[in-house]
Design a protein around this ligand. Structure first.
Ligand code: ADP
Ligand code: MG
Length: 396
């Protein structure tokens, strides 16, 4: 267990400068924040600190500027959004390495908030340079990491800084992520069912292998199921497959026994278009020239039944090309099953950017136990890999 913000509660917080690593890697469109979900997710930690009289200095990366100043990736457009949510002015610190930056944090009033420019504008961020972390550490008196989505990377503001600015503790969002993911992987209530989909089997082999010994069933959909179909000797037409992963798929099927549950049928078309001719076929009847774009109704019914019988469900990766209706039906069906299971007391955890987008599309974000804000980080956590950003924090 890692130390959390709550453990620091007390009068000593008053007037402290708190450096908070947040995940403000938000989508921008025409120089404005297109979706402020990640900003809103950090508000709990920020407000908690402000009401205790802390001076809050926020930092985050955004996009991939690769160690250079890229004006289009500046965090400046986030200022009005933050000000709106906080109802207070927010300082912008353009050059966090300058002496002026340090002076400005010292002059901040209690409860005041500042935002540092995109940390990836400096090469030291991604190389986890000691001198860069050292310089940033001058902007605060202690460190809070609330950027779960970046915790799988050992960068200066996610890892190096935590070792240089003690105490280093988990913010509310980080703590919530760890609590829910942990509840799912260590000592889950059974049956424990994982639902894994998405485009590629290659990116998810590790998580499938890591989850297999822990789960009672693993339901596979999305394009990765096609590679399993190929391993089973079925025709897959022009479907997205990874021929170099057929052997791994075969091995997984041999070793997993009945645990791996594959779709029994598919929604196929000759083009990826909502106007194309669409058929539902059994998995052994996919014809040359046709592509699998979704799981079929029978599979949705089968997966739904298994999800409703579970007491813990982890979901990562859509069941089909949900961006192109009607190939969203399988994914929306699974999302609905998770929402229904949650109503009956099942713990449901969803990770992955596209899976989260699909949930939002279905309007079901609020109806599952926990929607992880970190795609890559949640996958690595489920795989049982230590996350550098978490490891570096003080133990409870
Ligand atoms: P997540 O972000 O939730 O981890 P992934 O990034 O692994 O999910 O996969 C999402 C992508 O997988 C989506 O863009 C979706 O269109 C694609 N996908 C799912 N099923 C298929 C399929 N049958 N054929 C092609 N692409 C698919
Ligand atoms: Mg994705």
């Amino acid at each position: 267990m890692k130390k959390t913000l709550e453990a620091l509660d007390g009068p000593a917080l008053e007037g402290q400068r708190v450096l908070v690593r947040v995940d403000f890697n938000v989508p921008l469109a025409e120089g404005q924040v297109a979706d402020d979900t990640r900003i809103r997710a950090a508000l709990k930690t920020i407000s908690w600190l402000r009401t205790r009289g802390c001076r809050v200095v926020l930092m985050s990366h955004l996009g991939r500027p690769k160690g250079k100043v890229v004006p289009a990736l500046s965090l400046r457009p986030l200022i009005p959004v933050l000000e709106h949510h906080l109802g207070a002015p927010v300082l912008f610190i353009e050059d966090p390495l300058s002496n002026d930056a340090v002076q400005r944090t010292r002059r901040m009033k209690r409860g005041e908030v500042a935002l540092v420019e995109n940390t990836r504008f400096w090469p030291g961020e991604e190389t986890n340079a000691g001198d860069f972390a050292e310089a940033l550490a001058r902007l605060g008196d202690f460190f809070v990491n609330d950027a779960f989505g970046a915790a799988h990377r050992a960068h200066a503001t996610t890892e190096g800084l935590a070792f240089r600015l003690r105490p280093a503790v988990a913010g509310f969002l980080m703590a919530k992520e760890l609590e829910h993911l942990d509840a799912a992987v260590t000592n889950p209530r059974r049956p424990f069912v994982a639902v894994i989909g998405g485009a590629k089997i290659s990116g998810k082999i590790d998580v499938i292998e890591a989850l297999l010994p822990k789960v009672d069933e693993i339901l596979l959909g999305g394009a990765m199921a096609n590679t399993f179909f190929l391993a089973m000797g079925f025709e897959v037409g022009t479907s997205l497959v990874e021929p170099d992963r057929v052997e791994i798929a075969q091995k997984l099927l041999e070793n997993a026994g009945d645990k791996i549950v594959l779709p029994t049928g598919a929604v196929v078309a000759q083009q990826l278009s909502g106007n194309a001719e669409i058929r539902e076929v059994a998995r052994e009847s996919i014809e040359p020239g046709w592509s699998v774009y979704d799981i079929d109704h029978a599979t949705v019914a089968d997966f739904t039944e298994r999800i409703l019988a579970a007491r813990t469900v982890v979901w990562n990766g859509p069941m089909g090309v949900f961006e192109t209706p009607p190939f969203d039906a399988g994914t929306l069906g699974v999302a609905a099953a998770l929402a229904e299971a949650t109503e009956h007391g099942t713990i449901t955890v969803v990770g992955g950017g596209d899976s989260a987008a699909a949930l939002a599309l279905a309007g079901l974000q609020g109806r599952i136990t926990h929607l992880s804000t970190g795609g890559g980080a949640s996958l690595e956590y489920l795989e049982g890999k230590p996350l550098p950003g978490v490891e570096a924090l003080n133990d409870a």
